[in-house]
Design a protein around this ligand. Sequence first.
Ligand code: ZN
Length: 687
Amino acid sequence: MPDRTTRASRPLSAARSFALVLLTGVIAVAGCARESGEPTAAPRPAPEPAAMVDADEHSFAQPGKVAIDDLALDLALDFDARTLAGTATYTLQWKDDAATRLVLDTRELTVERVEGQAGDAWQPLEFSLAEADPVLGRKLVIETPQRNAKVRVTYRTAPGASGLQWLTPEMTEGKQLPFMFSQSQQIHARSWVPLQDTPQVRYTYSARVRTRPDVMVLMSADNDPQAARDGDYAFSMPQRIPSYLMAIAAGDLVFKPISARSGVWAEPSMVDRAVAEFADTEKMIAATEALYGPYRWERYDLLVLPPSFPFGGMENPRLSFITPTVIVGDKSLVSLIAHELAHSWSGNLVTFSSARHGWLNEGMTSYVENRIVESLYGEEFSDMEWVIARDALKRDIVDMPEATQALAIRPGTPVDADDALSQVSYDKGAWFLQFLEERFGREVFDPFLRGYFDHFAFQSIPTETFLAYAKEHLFDPNPGKVTDAEIEQWIYGAGIPADAPQVLSPRLGIVDSARLGWRGSKQLPPTSITGPWTTQEWLHFLEGMPETLPVEDLAQLDTAYAFTGTANGEIAMRWYPLAIRSGYTPAMEAAAAFIERIGRRKLIIPVYEALVTTEPGLALARASFERARPGYHPITTASVEKVIAEAKSAPAPATAPDAEPAPGDAADSATGDAPTMPTDPASPPAG
Ligand SMILES: [Zn+2]
């Protein structure tokens, strides 16, 4: 999964909010008409039971009428034109006898031709592309009066496709060959393949991709570690996946194994470091299988992307896409791998039916991630991760609109597909599962969860289906453990329930004491205390600081711990905003270099947010953005543009860079998404 959305990037942009309000308005009106506009003579029909089929407002597709059963791609990948061009052939499953149209989602695609198979021949089909919707893209309606078993679309992508990023050789580690990669979640697959772009449709796929012969191509499919690099590649994905798990990458990529079924794809200069960093991957797979049953996707490989990858990781099946910012030399950030791996059960195997049920993917995965981390690195360590994530959630949830504080978002509440997966989905979702674990005990809860993954394997479900299954297999067989009211409060209520399990971390308690002691006395804690600190402890040390500190205090910390210039992005994303808000100018140059080098949204947005609160900072943010922009992913570019635009529309007092920031700004937007692990005790804290 991509990084959880921070508070800062959560609000909908005006255009998107408006479009979603319109969209949900249409749904609401349709629903109300039955209530108010019935002909008086006709008997009123009985109200329909609550639908278990979830409507996906982020797709035009009508999978109840016809669904894609298999997709076959034949594409040319052109680095000069920045396009994918070719055909998508769908094997269709017609469900509604009256259906004579196939409706697909597209965004910025040029559709050249549509044909239907009739016997051995392909015959042209009529089609139309609707006006572009700012959120959903363009609806492609294909007339299929013959209800063809196969339909073929000839198309090409736009150079600015929202789901693809094209990098010049200079933007890569090796600087020899160009690079491209996709990010389809949540609704960007439609910008590179015409699809029923909703998690409610699962299909198998195959692909043939041709490109320049010196470039390797990989997909979320059966990548062959021994594949010859020749510019002509074939892929097959025999397990059914939803569209947001479509993935492709191409570049100077080489493979090194971690185990018989796992390995790393990366640029040649990065691959050895990556294999060393992720050496525990096979142990993680084995630990997860012991808890939740067999890994069902055959190989599990990691693809290390350039620094511009906008997220921490993306759980593309068989091939997780991973940010290079977690390769810091000490394995301190590899619980990100536990997270992406966990998605092989929660998310990829059992999938939410729409982004309204984000917690079914991300909360479940964050819970499994913590169990994997506990299994490999111990409870003391996994408890630190719980505490750090929950501190951030508690800090941020109070500012969220009440409707978005619920785990399952009720229909009628506008949701931006890119922002639906907030901290609530991740951290409140995981907290709910830990609540169930605590009430029922692991001896009951672990087999329940394993049974859930088995029962709904390769299906996409809404929250209500999870609850019905839990009632039958967990709540009813173990009466008196939870009440309906408690479950209702967790799933549909705002805030954190009062009976949420509390985790204490003695190790973070020591950090609190050290910080308090320093703030009172200006005496830094002895190195016998800080020497063994892990990344988690340093994050907690920084997160407990006030909004601003005197510059001499920051200088003292910086001299002792070398925070400025740190190679650890998790520390950087906390240190630079504090330094900027406090007017600590020695950190400015390094802060600018950091946001220009890295494109991972979670790490750099807090720095931008701190910068734009003053006029000089805003100027610096603009200058850095100008320089960095060619290397940023469209998703990151959009987020940075929003921060800068909102700063312009609501200017802070324009004074010196050490001005007090408005309360409640960037400080809190650093999320607790700190996928981390113990550092080598001997390693320097900030490196
Ligand atoms: Zn995730």
